[in-house]
Design a protein around this ligand. Structure first.
Ligand code: IVH
Length: 253
């Protein structure tokens, strides 16, 4: 079970507090779950049901290992594993071996201090080359990130896709869609199947599309994440237990 919440801190790595916790997502399995999700949001915001046409940022949920990358003045300073969500492990040296992780960002609008978060994973075709050392791509990514010796990590072609942030100094970005666009400008890889969608029927259409595309996508996905696009609304909605009220993972089985 610990696999689904990241990995337990080991003595090989220093433990570090996340400035902002790394949360989980609640799950949805069908149309009813999505309707209930949207209804709850509508009620919480005191909106009227008939004009609750929220924009969602929809993002394939990559089945990898999440990481939090701290940047100060554009420099990649420290990289943490999720750990238990509150305390992660300092895996900076291993993360530094990943080409997709920019080490220096010079864009003027890149916040002075920010934790960029995303998923470390291995492509299906690269996993095949590795032979039978690991049970699946996710284990390969996890095992490789946990190597004591970064030279061992380097041998495995890990990838990184960015999708959110933790702590950040003031950012003048108003929506998740716009944030994802900025991530790209700053030199991060983002998912090419990310899409702004509104209305439950369109969410379902997009889900079916990705379900069908699944075998063509070169990495494992286990769902589609829906996030209320507007950051102001996200802020108003806040969190329940350890998951945001403004997001849900629609599973693909
Ligand atoms: S957002 C506060 N976006 O899903 C929101 N997570 O169950 C939490 N994941 O540990 C993260 N793709 O490893 C977010 N586009 C995406 C994601 C994503 C995969 C994973 C992530 C997280 C888990 C949450």
């Amino acid at each position: 079970p610990s696999l689904s919440i990241g990995f337990k801190p080991s003595k090989n790595f220093e433990k570090v507090n996340h400035k902002v916790p790394m949360l989980s997502l609640s799950n949805a399995f069908d149309k009813t779950d999505l309707e209930n999700f949207q209804k709850k949001i509508t009620n919480f915001l005191n909106f009227k049901e008939e004009n609750n046409f929220f924009d969602y940022s929809t993002e394939p949920k990559i089945d990898g290992i999440s990481a939090s990358l701290l940047y100060k003045n554009g420099k990649f300073i420290k990289g943490l594993s999720r750990g238990d969500g509150k305390i992660g492990e300092d895996i900076t040296k291993n993360l530094s071996t990943i080409d997709d992780i920019p080490k220096l960002i010079k864009n003027k609008n890149f916040p002075k201090e920010i934790d960029i978060r995303g998923e470390v994973f291995i492509k299906k075709k690269d996993f095949k080359i590795l032979g039978d050392k690991f049970a699946n791509p996710r284990n390969a990514a996890s095992g490789s990130l946990r190597q004591k010796n970064p030279e061992e990590t380097k041998k495995i072609p890990l990838k990184f896709i960015a999708y959110t942030y933790g702590y950040s100094e003031k950012m003048n970005i108003k929506t998740q869609t716009d944030f994802l666009k900025n991530l790209k400008d700053w030199g991060f890889k983002t998912n090419k199947f990310n899409k702004k969608v509104s209305g439950i029927d369109n969410l379902l259409k997009n889900h079916r599309f990705l379900e069908e595309k699944r075998n063509e996508i070169d990495f494992d996905i286990d769902g589609v994440v829906y996030k209320i696009d507007n950051f102001e609304l996200q802020k108003r909605l806040g969190f329940v237990a350890n998951a945001p009220r403004w997001a849900i993972a629609h599973k693909i089985s």
